[in-house]
Design a protein around this ligand. Structure first.
Ligand SMILES: *[C@@H]1O[C@H](CO)[C@@H](O)[C@H](O)[C@H]1NC(C)=O
Ligand SMILES: *[C@@H]1O[C@H](CO)[C@@H](O)[C@H](O)[C@H]1NC(C)=O
Ligand SMILES: *[C@@H]1O[C@H](CO)[C@@H](O)[C@H](O)[C@H]1NC(C)=O
Ligand SMILES: *[C@@H]1O[C@H](CO)[C@@H](O)[C@H](O)[C@H]1NC(C)=O
Ligand SMILES: *[C@@H]1O[C@H](CO)[C@@H](O)[C@H](O)[C@H]1NC(C)=O
Ligand SMILES: *[C@@H]1O[C@H](CO)[C@@H](O)[C@H](O)[C@H]1NC(C)=O
Length: 306
């Protein structure tokens, strides 16, 4: 028989692990391009390595968005990162560092790839990807839980997303990032966020965001939470607060919100492990790693399983 004391001890350890690793960036989705491959010993890979290490170390300096390139001619590598508009410099740096390592594990020899974490997006290519609006390839994430009143929910969600898009494109000084919460019913709220890479124009941001909003009915109608992830922009709404409040502490989610959060984070236990190997293996299995490479053109990118 396992003693009560041992269970208490184990819980304490698990809680400690979960809390202390909370700051760990969380992988969500990636797409490896099929445009072409490089070899491990190539100049392309060497350029890639030097670019990634300087991007990671510069992430705090440049914060939210950065583009950089390394090498020349056919070996030139271009890379972009975009941290969430509410990410602190430390969170941004950790995410850029984690995503640039993770992308190598998931797309080990592709000349072009893109990866999304909760806290940032990272992409690289052998062609110039700067200051160009790209809305393919893309991915979805959705909360499996449904709203009990989908008709009312749809109206409120549409209104929320419309206001968010308008806010993001109305003022370039906000970095094309907007957040908002709206009352749903009772004390339930819907929380939303939209963001473009700030290297594109406001009108391209508008096109990218509206295209993403238009995907929601196709992928995620009635769902309690969803994200559309595109190279130049992303949108997200949830039934729990997920935006970092810079001044005040975030409200604690209610019990039912937590349930949503747990199912959205299909792999929430991942946060409670610090072993890189376990993490990578579990993530690959849970996220259907092998089945989730897109074709780099937006065709046949499956819905995210969670
Ligand atoms: C990128 O690599 C692919 C595959 O090797 C190649 O076909 C393409 O021309 C390259 N693009 C540039 C801009 O070098
Ligand atoms: C690129 O490498 C992947 C495996 O990493 C392979 O599946 C794919 O066929 C390769 N593509 C080309 C064009 O060689
Ligand atoms: C990183 O920052 C250093 C110092 O500010 C600069 O010299 C270097 O070029 C930067 N690297 C990149 C990739 O921008
Ligand atoms: C980043 O992109 C801008 C264009 O949006 C360009 O002017 C700048 O030179 C790029 N940075 C690097 C390091 O290439
Ligand atoms: C949500 O609704 C869809 C279709 O209406 C249904 O297939 C699915 O099982 C529901 N999911 C949950 C978690 O109730
Ligand atoms: C949401 O509801 C609360 C109290 O029910 C109210 O104080 C607040 O103004 C409402 N917010 C909006 C945006 O309507």
């Amino acid at each position: 028989m396992v003693s009560l004391g041992f269970l208490v001890f184990l819980s304490a350890v698990l809680i400690h692990l979960c809390i202390s690793s909370n700051a760990q960036p969380t992988y969500r989705y990636h797409i490896c391009s099929t445009a072409g491959n490089y070899t491990t010993g190539s100049q392309y890979r060497a350029n890639f390595n030097s670019l990634f290490s300087s991007l990671s170390s510069n992430a705090t300096l440049h914060n939210v968005f950065y583009n950089a390139t390394a090498g020349q001619n056919s070996d030139q590598v271009y890379a972009i990162y975009l941290c969430r508009g509410d990410a602190s410099p430390d969170v941004c740096r950790d995410c850029v560092s984690a995503s640039s390592q993770e992308i190598l594990l998931r797309c080990p020899n592709q000349k072009e790839a893109i990866i999304w974490f909760d806290e940032c997006m990272f992409r690289y290519s052998n062609r110039s990807i700067f200051a160009t609006m790209e809305d393919t390839p893309f991915g979805f994430l959705k909360n499996p839980n449904n709203y009990s009143d989908p008709v009312q929910f749809k109206q409120i969600r549409e209104d929320l997303l419309e206001r968010l898009v308008t806010k993001a494109i109305s003022d370039s000084s906000t970095g094309m990032f907007a957040t908002r919460e709206t009352n749903f019913s009772g004390n339930l709220k819907i929380y939303g966020m939209v963001q473009c890479t700030p290297d594109i124009s406001l009108s391209d941001c508008n096109i990218c965001l509206r295209g993403s909003v238009a995907e929601i009915p196709n992928c995620c109608e009635g769902k309690k939470g969803a994200r559309v992830l595109k190279p130049s922009c992303n949108i997200r709404y949830e039934s729990f607060p997920f935006i970092e409040q810079k001044a005040t502490a975030p409200a604690s989610p209610t019990i039912s919100d937590r349930e949503d959060m747990t199912s959205l984070d299909a792999s929430i236990q991942r946060r409670c492990f610090s072993w890189k190997v376990a993490l990578t293996m579990m993530t690959r299995r849970e996220m259907g790693y092998d089945r989730h490479s897109g074709d780099g053109k937006g065709n046949d990118v499956p819905y995210h399983p969670i």
